[in-house]
Ligand binder design. Structure first.
Ligand code: C5P
Length: 216
């Protein structure tokens, strides 16, 4: 039987990879499956939390009992997060947010013309950075997908984005992470040593994330 240690807690989780339209039939996205975010939502529900799941498109079934808000783009995700942020106790940004979007998505399908095609992209807002800057009671969690110098790069993100927990994973490994049911991550917290969570299921990592948040 699961301890109801998130009872009366408001938990917001983002999940999936945002998609950014280029024209009516094409878009930019990334390899996020949404599995980590959905596992977090399931675990929070088991522990008695009220859960809002802001989800970019995934193949996953919505966790029973969560309020699910479907979004596509980073701008839509930013707006949805903004709506709920002030009332939340825990906010976990597990979504893979596109850093860029088309400067001007084409109204009509882009025609094949030359041998090369240049796309003009503009920066999306960094949602988590904005949340960290106006943090009050919220415990804030971010993820960092790195392909090199995992701990060093992730530690910089933890400080810059003012999160209480940064979950770092090495996306250069094919046996874990994107699309996989398993991951191996390192937890980084302010003023604490990095904590390695050896390769395990995303469900187990989700449980450990809430365990460390509740033990701070
Ligand atoms: O800087 P980087 O993209 O590696 O940071 C990853 C963390 O920041 C994730 O928690 C992700 O959800 C969040 N993020 C965001 N808005 C962006 C880019 C990333 O909230 N535009």
């Amino acid at each position: 039987s699961q301890k109801q240690d998130l009872k009366n807690k408001q938990v917001l989780i983002t999940a999936g990879g945002t998609i950014e339209p280029l024209d009516p039939v094409r878009y930019l996205t990334n390899r996020s499956s949404g599995k980590m975010g959905y596992a977090l939502a399931e675990n929070a529900l088991l522990r008695g939390a009220t859960v809002i799941l802001i989800s970019a498109p995934t193949q996953l079934k919505p966790p029973f009992g969560a309020k699910v808000i479907a979004v596509q783009t980073a701008l839509e995700m930013a707006k949805a997060v903004e709506t709920y942020y002030s009332k939340m106790d825990i906010v976990i940004m597990a979504a893979a947010v596109s850093d860029y979007r088309a400067a001007k998505p084409a109204a009509q399908k882009i025609k094949k013309r030359d041998t090369t095609l240049a796309l003009q992209l503009v920066e999306n807002p960094d949602i988590l950075l904005g949340l960290g800057a106006k943090k009050k009671q919220q415990l804030l969690v971010g993820f960092a997908a790195e392909t090199q110098q995992l701990v060093q790069n992730a530690a910089k993100k933890m400080v810059k984005k003012r999160v209480d927990l940064l979950v770092a994973n090495d996306v250069s490994r094919s046996d874990i992470g994107f699309g996989s049911n398993q991951n191996e991550v390192t937890f980084l917290r302010p003023h604490q040593k990095p904590l390695l969570v050896k390769k395990t299921t995303k469900e187990e990592i989700a449980a450990q994330i809430f365990d460390v948040l509740l033990s701070q």
